[in-house]
Design a protein around this ligand. Structure first.
Ligand code: ZN
Length: 216
């Protein structure tokens, strides 16, 4: 996988978010297995004029390849972060919790992977179900070997998608500081993150490229 990033000026963070989401969405090897999703955290004004921290995450009904600014649903970070203290949630409870955290209830339903985005303490987060990452984690290489092949990643064992997976990420997030550029979810996909959309995107490209080049 090669970076197709072209430097440009963005009108705001959503514009920046839209640009690299489309780059990821246009790569069929990344989004073949059901979409993938992206997000950005930023400060917005709520209906009462208060400044609040908002997670803008891909909502249902949008395709990353053609996503528009309105395809990103706003969730209040002050509502999402306390969920880290909750031990368990069923899928129904999680969907209900996300619904109650929406800045504007008339926006599209947020991704069911929203908590994973919220718990990763970086401004931009990119998630794909990359073929190359799936192939690598479907082998019998252990997590440590895979981490060695991809370098600067944390590799998590398979955990079914849902709140439990978000909790696993939260538990491992303190390891993220020391030069870690991505989190590999075995048999699921890849998360990368960064302070800019470009940083997160290029980490995604670098890690997927490494996985593609791996020869057993
Ligand atoms: Zn996923």
């Amino acid at each position: 996988m090669k970076s197709t990033w072209e430097d440009r000026t963005f009108s705001d963070e959503i514009d920046e978010r839209v640009y690299s989401s489309r780059l990821l969405g246009k790569d069929p090897n990344l989004v073949l297995h059901g979409g993938g999703n992206t997000s950005v955290k930023r400060v917005e004004k709520d209906h009462a004029g208060r400044e609040i921290s908002v997670l803008r995450v891909k909502g249902s009904g949008s395709d990353l390849a053609t996503i528009e600014p309105r395809g990103f649903t706003g969730l209040r970070m002050d509502d999402l972060l306390p969920a880290g203290k909750i031990e368990a949630m069923t899928d129904e409870q999680m969907v209900d919790y996300l619904k109650k955290s929406m800045v504007n209830p008339s926006e599209p339903s947020p991704s069911v992977e929203s908590f994973l985005h919220a718990f990763i303490p970086y401004k931009f987060v990119d998630h794909s179900h990359s073929d190359a990452i799936l192939s690598l984690t479907n082998t019998d290489l252990g997590e440590e070997k895979i981490a060695g092949i991809l370098s600067n990643v944390i590799v998590l064992p398979y955990v079914p998608p849902g709140f439990k997976l978000a909790r696993e990420i939260l538990k491992r997030i303190s390891d993220v500081d020391s030069g870690i550029e991505g989190i590999v979810l075995s048999k699921h996909g890849l998360f990368t993150f960064g302070d800019s959309a470009k940083e997160s995107y290029e980490r995604h490209v670098r890690i997927v490229d490494q996985a593609e080049k791996y020869q057993p």
